[in-house]
Design a protein around this ligand. Sequence first.
Ligand SMILES: Nc1ncnc2c1ncn2[C@@H]1O[C@H](COP(=O)(O)OP(=O)(O)OP(=O)(O)O)[C@@H](O)[C@H]1O
Ligand SMILES: [Mg+2]
Length: 346
Amino acid sequence: MSTAQGAITGDGAPAIIAVRDVVKTFGAVRALDGVNLAVPPGIVYGLLGPNGAGKTTLIRILATLLRPTSGRVEVAGVDVVANATAARTRIGLAGQFAAVDGYQTGRENIEMVGRLYGLSPRQARRRTEEVLDGVDLGQAADRLVRTYSGGMRRRLDLAASLVGRPPVLYLDEPTTGIDPANRMELWGLVEELVAGGTTVLLTTQHLEEADRLAARIGVIDQGQLIVEGTADELKDTLGGSVLELATAEEHETTAVQVLARVAGDEPAYDAERARLRVRAPDGSRTLIAADDVFLSLTGHPTGQAPPAAAEAHPGSAPQGRPGQPAGAGHTPGGPAARPASEGQRR
Ligand SMILES: Nc1ncnc2c1ncn2[C@@H]1O[C@H](COP(=O)(O)OP(=O)(O)OP(=O)(O)O)[C@@H](O)[C@H]1O
Ligand SMILES: [Mg+2]
């Protein structure tokens, strides 16, 4: 775990995004209060934080749209404040609020941005087709953007940020307002970009999104980076995933036995909620391990009590509600067992 002090990342690699002691005030509001960040190339860096934490302010500074009150910012070796024009050729930005022109078609919007990036008309047309397909807007490309839904606009904005193939891409809450299917596609797209060498700085309010995409995560709050590291390091710091298992009281002993084997700690029983709670250091892997242990103890997996037994003896397996077989299933977020983040402790 480290808070970056310079242009060298914790892994010793030179940073492609380097933020040093950046302060940004708006009158009495200290939106950024001495932020240091060093992002190695070729990864997704997730910047996680609640409303008003300073995420967009930092992105806008990195994107040359705002000057820091003090501190230094470099992207791909270019000083963003002193050399904004050069910096702009190296970055793409899909902002929190889609910045596309409603009175042009999707295709016209993207081609225009491609030209602004310095592509020839032919290159711009070709790249436009590619990126519109990439964000699944090929079909809607010739419609005026003012007829697009909010999610379509956001995807168009993302396409605009990609058309110039910038080595560094900023995505400010890219999946806010996007439906689950398109969110998954967008995640896939981000993964493809990173596999191709792009560095992505992504802000989000969702730990799940940062966990899925980001190799490193920084948590920002009230303008300060309060913790920084890999997703696993962060989970350890924040208390890790927590496994909750709904179980009938009579099965408490067996369930405790199972959980104690796979999780580090002794599970605690919450009688009021009929729940066992234990830290799960490996998140979903702990769930799977719990299931394996349960299988060897009982002959059936936790989530699948034999139907006959479940019918005949409601509550014969660790379960959520009487008559409903449910236990430490493989599905995070399932009704009875879920790895739950303990949130952001300070
Ligand atoms: N142009 C501005 N003028 C005055 N205050 C501002 C301005 N921009 C941001 N702020 C303030 O700076 C702080 C950080 O705002 P910022 O938009 O960076 O937060 P955020 O982390 O992006 O939040 P959200 O998750 O809601 O998008 C907030 O207190 C906000 O009110
Ligand atoms: Mg914001």
